[in-house]
Design a protein around this ligand. Structure first.
Ligand code: ZN
Length: 65
């Protein structure tokens, strides 16, 4: 009797577009190489930019602080 092993690991598919991943790097990232670039850019965009002031600092400056 033959047994078929069905693997449904989410890491085998790109978490962004759902494409199957084959390269080791893609499997480690969880994204295809194109999507990894997009995700990296999105992560960078989410991080606060150097020199950006908080709302409290902005209000203090507005009040002549
Ligand atoms: Zn993808």
């Amino acid at each position: 009797m033959e047994k078929y092993e069905i693997t449904m690991t989410p890491t085998r598919r790109c978490r962004r577009c759902g494409r199957l991943l084959f390269s080791r790097e893609a499997l480690e990232n969880g994204y295809g190489c194109q999507c990894a670039k997009h995700v990296r850019q999105e992560e960078l965009a989410r991080k606060p930019i150097d020199g950006q002031i908080s709302l409290m600092d902005f209000l203090k400056a507005e009040n002549g602080g």
